[in-house]
Design a protein around this ligand. Structure first.
Ligand SMILES: [Zn+2]
Length: 501
């Protein structure tokens, strides 16, 4: 009986903005170790699944953090040292699944995911087949494409296919190992475009049409997988830009596929637009108040914690508090949310129904506005959320402000209902978010994206990138002709030479 392939699992996932003063520490990754890791992927690696019993799984360490500021050098060292130690202690491996986001920026380290994979390769040896799964907002440098053998990313934004993508990456790895078919060819093409995710939602054109071609390329004979990375807009490294990679065993097919996808993305460069009408905060508030559509959602996009904002920018809330139509009794307005660790104990001590005055926000990012003072009635308090830890709602007239001990994204209806808020019956819901996540999108009857300031400002050109490769759209005029030919990246066990960037 042939022994089962032995496959390790490892990776660190975060997207980190270099335009936020926030820093990310090791604990923010909530590292999982050993068997706990399989539970994270229970959908396809849980007890009783065919894949689970088809291989000998050796989960080492997987960390996943909410988007945030850049990772400290100490945190990266601590996590990567433990990850490598755990891998080095394993019996010889056949495969390794490298599960990352791809937009991790580390203090003093460029291309952190490639640096980590190089260390992993040094620990596990050159013969191990590595499959990398990523967020499409990650970045694929030539080095990362070289160090991995298979590589893919999500095909939808919002990421409704996250688990499906991971399963595909793992299944392809497993099938290669079982068939003994070795390393596939990798055709890699950088595309000189850098866009915010809010302009590349696959729900709408042109991204919908561009991404629809990914499955068509994948279906070509001789192609194993195909992927387009939008890249991450709020970090300033040479690798930050869009990329396509097509893997497979037929050189003509992978080359043609990668070129087709790169050309489609480039040709659409002028058509990418925000997924909803945009405006200044004042314009969005005026539109919401004038509209009969209820609930009316406003994305407070500059400090979106799921893109890498600090989350505690008070700029928007300060302006909402000064808008009498929003704090008027009789109207229901929800603001989600503001981390306010100093305010939470005061609210807890006062209790539901009490009136309190607290100062909140701008502890991490005060570059746009200082802390705000809120006087209101405690509407609800909740303990135990894994991200927020403690949540409270302060009601100031009709304005319901969600305060938290730690950063938390509000993406689900249940996030609101747990706080005795009903977003469906609200007039206006302002959320620190970019494009609305599916449940909120389905609920919204009106929606605008407010172009507010913060670490993930949607106006990229005003942020001041310095280290990105130029020319790059939108930082340069879009009228040049880029090199969109496929670069065949050498196999991971062959040297990477030249500088075909
Ligand atoms: Zn993403």
């Amino acid at each position: 009986m042939t022994p089962l392939p032995r496959i390790a699992i490892a990776g660190l996932g975060i997207e980190s903005s270099t335009f936020s003063p926030a820093r990310t520490e090791a604990s923010a990754f909530h590292p999982l170790r050993g068997g706990d890791i399989l539970d994270r992927y229970a959908g396809f690696l849980g007890e009783g699944t065919p894949l689970r019993s088809a291989a000998e799984w050796r989960p080492a360490l997987v960390g996943k953090a909410l988007p945030g500021g850049i990772v400290t050098a100490a945190a990266f060292r601590e996590l990567s040292v433990e990850l490598i130690e755990r891998l080095a202690a394993l019996p010889p491996l056949d495969g390794l699944w490298y599960d990352i986001h791809g937009a991790m920026t580390v203090e003093g380290v460029d291309d952190a995911e490639a640096v980590l994979l190089r260390r992993i390769r040094d620990a596990v040896g050159p013969d191990v087949l590595v499959s990398t799964t990523m967020d499409l907002h990650g970045n694929v440098s030539r080095e990362l494409a070289h160090l991995t053998d298979l590589i893919t990313c999500y095909r939808t934004a919002p990421h409704e296919d996250a688990l499906e993508t991971k399963e595909r990456g793992v299944r392809n790895l497993f099938e290669r190992l079982r068939a003994g078919s070795g390393r596939p060819l990798k055709a890699w093409i950088p595309i000189p475009v850098l866009l915010p995710g809010e302009k590349t939602s696959t729900r709408v054109e042109p991204a919908a049409g561009v991404y629809a071609q990914v499955a068509e390329v994948e279906a070509e004979p001789g192609v194993l997988d195909a992927a387009i990375w939008v890249g991450y807009a709020w970090a300033d490294e040479p690798r930050n830009r869009a990329v396509t990679v097509v893997t497979g065993d037929d050189e003509v097919a992978v080359t043609a596929g990668a070129q087709r996808l790169a050309r489609a993305f480039w040709d659409a460069r002028d058509d990418f637009a925000f997924a909803a009408p945009t405006g200044t905060l004042d314009e969005c508030v005026a539109a919401a108040l004038a509209s009969a559509a209820r609930p009316y959602f406003i994305s407070d996009s500059g400090d979106n914690p799921t893109a890498g904002g600090a989350g505690d920018v008070t700029w928007t809330l300060a302006r909402l508090l000064e808008t009498p139509e929003l704090t008027a009794e009789g109207r229901t307005v929800i603001y989600a949310s503001l981390p306010a660790p100093e305010a939470i104990p005061v609210i807890e001590a006062a209790g539901v129904g009490a009136q309190v005055t607290v100062t909140a926000g701008a502890a991490v990012d005060d570059t746009h506005e200082g802390p705000v003072t809120l006087t209101g009635v405690v509407h609800s308090i909740r303990h135990g959320d894994p991200d927020a830890e403690v949540e409270a709602v302060l009601r100031i007239g009709g304005l319901h402000v969600i305060l938290t001990r730690a950063r938390k994204p509000y993406h689900l209806e249940s996030d609101f209902r747990a706080l005795d808020l009903d977003p469906r019956r609200a007039d206006v819901v302002v959320v620190k978010i970019g494009y609305l996540e599916p449940e909120l999108y389905d609920m919204a009857r009106g929606w605008m994206i407010a172009l507010t300031p913060g670490g993930v400002d949607q106006d990229l050109v005003r942020l001041g990138h310095r280290r990105i490769r130029r020319p790059l759209v939108p930082f340069d005029p879009a009228d040049f002709e880029p090199e969109l030919h496929a670069r065949l990246i050498p196999a991971s066990n062959a040297p990477l030479t030249g500088d075909d960037e």
